[in-house]
Design a protein around this ligand. Structure first.
Ligand code: SF4
Ligand code: SF4
Length: 559
């Protein structure tokens, strides 16, 4: 089985380069970028770029932003854009290959989006762009009304991709800045006559101006200028405030969890309220659903050119990831999965609704269930393997997550995506959190840092699992083993088992404790009553401890 999976994985990795062949067929806009081209090379080099040739003369290059600038946009996912440069470093073409922006919901058409990117044609890879505002030293680009963040992120995406692409160009003539006087070419174009191999492309020096060190392209956000992410944070400050307030409330619940779970009615209201907040505010309103794509992007950035700016572009995701990173170390992956994941909340709430409607539910036998856990780890490994080849490919494969369909696009996309997401929600009506338990690659990824969890906050009785199985039967994700031990990798921190743990009408050791308490209280009452009667008759001898006696202190001669 394992061998077969490995072979499938290798086959996928081998198939990807094959798919990447003939880029002009895969990406038809390339022909529009370079109408004089007679042929195109494969995507080559690191980062991969395609070269357009006219006969034996290279006339330009193109690159996908997904490989160099996967900046999360309004949807939480990058806008994958193909950017082409001519050999002077001017933008020869920009085409959006794929995006998940809910622009239609904002009344913005695809044509408007195309019109926006067309403004970059003819601009230099050295230009800096300002969306919707005149700024000294910047080229103004008109924004898109109703889709400000999409426009700002797309602008940063194009700018960064154009700069990365310019750095892969072979030595070339000076390329003038838009609006500046034309600069005489001072260096001959020396593009190799043969197609660029991956190895050669890696060794090609970056474009250099005369008297300017190689690779000295100015940073997109020079000191003193407001970077794009800062503008986005300003624009979303209200949402960030609400999110921080929600996270603060959750922190209180987590720190005082024992107090809350001893008040089941209050806890039920708090949990229901928080799940609704997660589903509607984080999920549908804020589009703050974390994704395995974030994990892959972060890993690749850490391995290559890590820039905080790329991750600050979406304030809600940034705040949420920061909070999740802390909770992973304190409580494990469960805090995110049990409280903050919109799709997890959707499954949990729909399952509760199904129970309320008395729909049947089923559980997968423990042996099969524990083997199915492995599937999500395999999905994660495959996605990671694909991302080594191409982040863009990995992003496509990450559609195994239904998050984008449900939250970003509100099911408004190709029918098979909608059917897949609806099927997962439907299965979750009858089997609690089916997707989370077996398929979620993000959930699998979160278990790795959670191994460094410092505390164990979930209480267990000696009798848990031996013989009591009440918590195990109630656990929403079947994370409690038969022996009563909690599998922290699978626990979603719903605290249901803690409600039972403290419930002295349900949990056998607690029931026993309560009964003992009641028996001794009753015995004390009987003794006190007997003594009271004896003392009243003037014949009794009080046996009650004078320190604890509450019956007749004023009449007792020992008082
Ligand atoms: S397992 Fe995945 S879908 Fe489920 S709650 Fe966790 S992150 Fe969300
Ligand atoms: S019932 Fe307990 S073990 Fe199961 S998911 Fe909830 S907190 Fe974790």
């Amino acid at each position: 089985m394992v061998v077969r999976l490995l072979f499938s994985f290798l086959a996928v990795c081998i198939a990807v380069p094959a798919l990447a062949a003939d880029p002009a067929t895969r990406y038809p806009p390339l022909r529009g970028f370079f109408p004089e081209a007679t042929r195109f090379s494969d995507f080559q080099g690191s980062p991969p770029a395609v070269t357009a040739w006219r006969g034996h003369e290279p006339i330009g290059r193109a690159m996908l932003s997904g490989d160099v600038a996967p900046i999360p946009a309004y949807s939480g996912y990058p806008i994958n854009t193909l950017v082409g440069l001519d050999r002077e470093g001017r933008i020869a073409g920009v085409a959006i290959i794929h995006h998940d922006e809910p622009i239609l919901a904002a009344g913005v058409s695809e044509a408007q989006l195309r019109g926006f990117v067309e403004q970059y044609l003819g601009k230099s890879a050295r230009d800096r762009f300002s969306v919707g505002a005149d700024r000294p030293g910047y080229v103004r680009i008109d924004g898109i009304s109703g889709a400000t963040i999409t426009a700002m992120v797309e602008s940063a995406t194009i700018e960064k991709t154009a700069r990365s692409l310019a750095a892969t160009l072979p030595p070339v003539a000076a390329h003038p800045v838009t609006g500046a006087p034309q600069v005489e070419r001072t260096a001959a174009v020396r593009i190799p006559a043969k197609p660029v191999t991956a190895e050669r492309a890696r060794n090609v020096p970056p474009v250099a101006e005369p008297n300017e060190p190689a690779g000295a392209l100015p940073d997109a956000t020079p000191a003193g200028d407001e970077p794009v992410w800062a503008a986005v944070w300003h624009e979303r400050r209200m949402r960030v405030g609400v999110l921080i307030a929600g996270l603060a409330a959750l922190t209180v619940v987590l720190f005082f969890q024992d107090w809350f779970v001893r008040r089941p009615a209050l806890f039920a209201r708090v949990r229901m309220g928080f799940l609704l907040f997660t589903l509607f505010f984080l999920g549908w309103y804020g589009l703050a659903q974390l994704s395995v794509v974030n994990v892959l992007t972060f890993t690749h950035a850490a391995m290559r050119d890590f820039r905080w700016q790329d991750f600050l572009m979406d304030p809600l995701l940034f705040v949420l990831w920061t909070f999740v990173a802390v909770t992973l170390l304190l409580w494990g992956r469960g805090v995110y999965c049990g409280w903050l994941c919109p799709f997890g909340a959707l499954q949990e709430l729909s399952f509760r609704l199904a129970r309320w409607l008395r729909l049947p539910h089923f559980e997968i036998p423990a042996m099969v269930h524990e083997r199915l856990w492995a599937v999500k780890y395999i999905v994660l490994v495959v996605l990671f393997g694909l991302s080594l080849q191409s982040l863009t490919q990995a992003q496509l494969a990450a559609e195994v997550e239904p998050f984008k369909t449900v939250f970003t696009l509100h099911f408004d996309r190709e029918w098979y995506f909608g059917l897949y997401a609806a099927a997962l929600v439907a299965v979750g009506l009858f089997n609690r959190k089916f997707f989370c338990k077996y398929l979620c690659a993000l959930g699998a990824a979160l278990t790795f840092p959670a191994r460094f969890r410092i505390f164990d906050w979930l209480h267990r009785h000696r009798e848990c699992g031996r013989p009591c199985q009440i918590c195990a039967a109630e656990c929403e994700v079947q994370a409690i083993k038969k022996n009563g031990e909690i599998n922290a990798n699978e626990c979603h921190y719903c605290l249901d088992c803690q409600l039972s743990y403290w419930n002295d009408r349900k949990c056998p050791p607690m029931v026993e404790r309560r009964k003992r308490r009641e028996r001794s209280a009753l015995a004390a009452q009987v003794v006190e009553a007997v003594n009271a009667v004896g003392l009243a008759a003037g014949t009794g001898v009080c046996a009650v401890d004078p320190d604890t006696c509450r019956t007749c202190p004023s009449r007792c001669d020992r008082a």
